[in-house]
Design a binder for this molecule. Structure first.
Ligand code: ATP
Length: 228
């Protein structure tokens, strides 16, 4: 397997006058197609780490390589392209657009990237929605679905552009334990079917232990790194 992500000596400091160092010299790499969980107490720096990998935030120092490319050397356009094509994001709060249907929400990243959608891409969106068990509610307004259905819509949306990496920040944080299990099985299936690399932040140790690797962040440092 090859490395799809690598962080070298990544530090993050927030603030200019009052400095708050949140990440200390993080060195980590992730194999293509691996299923990883990131755990740690609230405030330990998990989201900051994921946001840096997703280029939503910048490291104060250190290097991040994605598919072997140094993200510091990418232009703004290349970075936007990378965010859209290589990465799929899933957040605790799914940020679906309420005035659109589930299907239209799933199509949105494609529309943003390409301007318009073809029949083919609508078919693909429908296939993904079938995969995540949304065939019956695909034309419902986003607000007229259950929490679990909304989260599955967000997962389908993250998949539409065939990302190589999915970054998920507490994707089941607001769901009950049955829906949590279902969503994790779904993410695992996607990982196995498409060999998509997953980095998932979770508070739930039970869920974390199902991953191939558990990285624990404590006070901005890697405290544990367990590979199975
Ligand atoms: N944009 C920001 N500006 C300033 N400080 C921030 C910012 N984002 C996060 N922090 C600080 O960085 C630290 C780490 O936050 P982060 O969100 O990465 O933690 P976390 O482990 O994801 O926590 P949680 O599990 O509660 O989501 C916290 O002390 C937080 O206050």
């Amino acid at each position: 397997m090859s490395k799809i992500l690598e962080l070298r000596n990544v530090n993050k400091i927030y603030g200019t006058e009052i400095k708050n160092q949140v990440l200390y010299d993080i060195n980590l790499s992730f194999e293509e197609g691996s299923f990883n969980s990131i755990i740690g107490q609230s405030g330990s720096g998990k989201s900051t780490l994921l946001n840096i990998i997703g280029t939503l935030d910048k490291a104060t120092s250190g290097d991040v390589y994605i598919e072997g490319r140094d993200i510091k050397k990418m232009s703004i356009n290349q970075l936007a392209d990378y965010r859209n094509k290589t990465i799929g994001f899933v957040f605790q709060f799914h940020y679906l657009l309420p005035e659109f249907t589930a299907l239209e929400n799933v199509l949105m990243p494609y529309r943003i990237q390409n301007g318009k959608v073809s029949k083919e891409i609508v078919r693909k969106a429908e296939e993904i929605m079938n995969l995540v068990g949304l065939e019956k509610v695909k034309n419902n307004m986003a607000t007229k679905m259950s929490g679990g259905q909304q989260q599955r819509t967000a997962i389908a949306r993250a998949l539409i552009n065939n990302p190589r990496i999915i970054l998920a920040d507490e994707p089941t944080g607001n769901l009950d334990s049955d829906s949590t299990e279902t969503i994790y099985e779904l993410l695992r299936n996607i990982n196995e079917e498409y060999k998509t690399t997953f980095l998932i932040i979770t508070h739930d140790r039970r869920i974390a232990e199902k991953a191939d690797r558990i990285v624990e962040i404590k006070d901005g440092k890697i405290n544990l790194d367990i590979k199975k």
